[in-house]
Design a protein around this ligand. Structure first.
Ligand code: SF4
Length: 322
């Protein structure tokens, strides 16, 4: 990589990546940029990717809703998902003509693994006629058993669009409880949770406020409702990013995965980010060396049984149409 290109890429992340780390990252960044051209590949990266992935090699970044929308539009031979497995499945479902790769097949999600297609069928038997709204953080097989999908950014809108007095909302008990506080629709939930967001506590927020006067607290709706109640704002990672961009708080804390604050902080030098956070072990399986290996070897390909994919796609497309 030319010194000028390396310097301009490093400029994007210098506030959160020390020079010694950049020296380690630069060869992989250079190789990934070259391989993307050779393979006609596009990298989609979730907001929880580390800054050198998010700012230096990704083509499209965002929350799961944005990545799903963009996956549908991408025209490339190869889509690499810098995110977790359900996101790669969603990309494959919405763009079946592209080869979809994930750098680590073990990059899962505690929400996605909390429920199976058989569980959804049992719930349908128990609550006949009640529509099933499924969070995108689920396997394609679970989506295939659902009426419609939702994300943390559109859950309330999706539920109210069904115009029914009650819905089954799967699998995040906390997202369901947080949405239930905002809507008159009765919500039957499931006992799944995000292992990252469920660890935050109200006491932690109070301690943060005491130690950081004036701090604005933004929480992800996968946090327990008591945590959301202690916060100033709750929203998806995209909504948090918009909040910081639009309101430029003097001091802010994002109650979510660690890389989120790093990725936004580089764009807002005048905002002070207080950084208690929890790492997602699944997201952190995706690294620059693994991204490089994925593009070199064209592994690991994500495939879905076409019959499952067709039904799951319907649930996702119904959401995207709202
Ligand atoms: S942060 Fe939580 S919801 Fe997101 S991938 Fe990790 S475990 Fe799943």
């Amino acid at each position: 990589m030319s010194a000028a290109l390396s310097a301009s890429l490093y400029d994007r992340v210098r506030r959160v990546v020390p020079p010694m780390e950049w020296a380690v990252f630069a060869p992989d960044v250079e190789a990934i940029l070259r391989l993307k051209r050779e393979r006609n590949a596009v990298i989609l990266a979730h907001n929880y990717m580390t800054p050198e992935i998010f700012h230096c090699v990704a083509d499209i970044v965002g929350d799961s809703l944005h990545l799903a929308r963009e996956a549908q539009r991408v025209r490339a031979d190869v889509i690499v998902m810098a995110g977790v497995h359900f996101m790669a499945e969603t990309a494959k479902m919405l763009n079946p003509g592209s080869r979809v790769l994930i750098p680590d097949l073990e990059a899962g999600c505690s929400l996605a693994s909390s429920i199976t297609a058989a569980d959804v069928r049992l719930l349908r038997e128990r609550y006949p006629g009640v529509p099933v709204v499924t969070y995108v953080n689920t396997s394609a097989a679970v989506k295939a058993e659902s009426d419609i999908c939702c994300t943390s950014g559109n859950a309330r809108r999706v539920i109210e669009s069904l115009r029914t007095p009650q819905v089954i909302m799967l699998p995040d008990q906390y997202l369901a409880a947080n949405v239930a506080r905002e809507t008159g629709v009765k919500i039957i939930s499931w006992a799944g949770s995000c292992e990252v967001h469920e660890r935050f506590t109200p006491a932690q927020i109070r301690t943060l406020r005491a130690g950081n006067p004036g701090v604005v607290v933004l929480a992800h709706p996968e946090c327990p409702p008591e945590v959301v109640a202690e916060s100033d704002f709750a929203g998806s990672t995209a909504a948090m990013a918009d909040y910081v961009t639009d309101r430029q708080p003097g001091r802010v804390v994002l109650i979510t995965e660690c890389s989120m604050a790093d990725n936004i902080a580089v764009l807002h030098p005048r905002v002070e980010f207080v950084r208690p956070c929890n790492l997602c072990p699944h997201m952190k399986r995706i690294t620059l060396p693994k991204l490089r290996a994925t593009l070199e070897t064209l592994t690991h390909e994500v495939t879905i049984d076409p019959a499952v994919a067709d039904r799951a796609r319907l649930a996702v497309e119904r959401m995207l149409a709202i």
